[in-house]
Ligand binder design. Structure first.
Ligand code: ATP
Ligand code: MG
Length: 253
């Protein structure tokens, strides 16, 4: 279970999240939507412990353990995984070395090359990825869609219990989208206690994954929580009426 209480976060001396609260139970799927620049990616990075973001107040707990002072590495070893909106390129580190090292760190044991290759091949096949991507430098020259699939490959290999997907659907063609969504869905079916936090601007992903809650992030906090119908309404009509309702409420206070 992930529990975020009264979180206040700034970056570059600008407060992005303020009085932010969120709880995701084991096995729950929580979707977060919101206009550009409101802090959705900031939230995902803060949960993983990106040092560019300062926590000014509040707490983040995972399975009742406070994690907001832990290193990113420690959080990853607890089973928290983030597929980034813009995956990093690392020159001089092969995708294979990166994946194997990350798996070994998470499992806290050595993984033989044969075991790694078998596991990798199965997942590359399921994601319909070109196997040569494994030998290239991490994300170096990968197409937008290849980067996103590679994030899902990492997810599958690292066996997380809390998955954060930040716009995993952006940059994927329609066929790749289906492949990626099917892989995520299968992972969740095989790991029913795994929780998922999905950030997306589009309801297509939610058609597949059926979130328990859909939340709007604006002005630093969740301003509306509902079900799948909220995602469809936002897609068709935009955010204005929800943001206006909040502003009117503030004026009346
Ligand atoms: N490292 C940084 N330095 C300076 N400003 C930053 C940094 N990271 C984020 N910001 C700012 O914080 C705000 C929130 O950014 P964030 O990326 O979290 O938005 P978002 O909700 O994910 O938007 P989008 O829907 O466009 O992905 C933006 O104004 C952004 O410019
Ligand atoms: Mg973002």
């Amino acid at each position: 279970m992930l529990e975020i209480k009264n979180l206040k976060v700034s970056v570059d001396n600008k407060v992005i999240l303020n009085d932010f609260n969120l709880k995701i139970e084991d096995g729950q799927i929580c979707a977060i939507m919101g206009p550009n620049g409101v802090g959705k990616s900031t939230l995902s990075r803060v949960i993983l412990g990106d040092k560019n973001y300062q926590i000014l107040n509040g707490s983040i707990r995972y399975n009742n353990q406070r994690i907001d002072q832990m290193s990113t590495d420690e959080r990853a070893r607890l089973g928290i995984f983030l597929a980034m909106q813009y995956p990093n390129t690392i020159e001089g580190v092969s995708n294979q070395d990166f994946l194997k090292t990350a798996m070994e760190s998470n499992l806290n044991r050595h993984i033989g090359l044969y075991e790694f290759i078998l596991e990798c091949e199965k997942n590359l096949e399921e994601l319909k990825m070109d196997p040569s991507l494994i030998h290239r430098n991490l994300n170096d020259g990968f197409s937008g869609g290849e980067k996103k699939k590679n994030e899902v490959l990492q997810m599958k290999l690292l066996n997380p219990s809390l998955i954060i997907l930040d716009e995993i659907d952006s940059g994927l063609d329609v066929d790749s989208m289906k492949i990626v969504f099917t892989n995520i869905k299968k992972y969740l079916e095989e790991h029913p206690k795994t929780s998922l936090l999905i950030i997306s601007h589009y309801p297509m992903l939610f058609d597949y994954l059926k979130p328990d809650t859909v939340n709007i992030l604006s002005q630093g906090k969740i301003i509306k929580t509902s079900n799948y119908s909220l995602a469809k309404d936002i897609f068709e009509n935009g955010y204005n009426k929800y943001i206006k309702a909040l502003n009117d409420e503030d004026k009346n206070e």
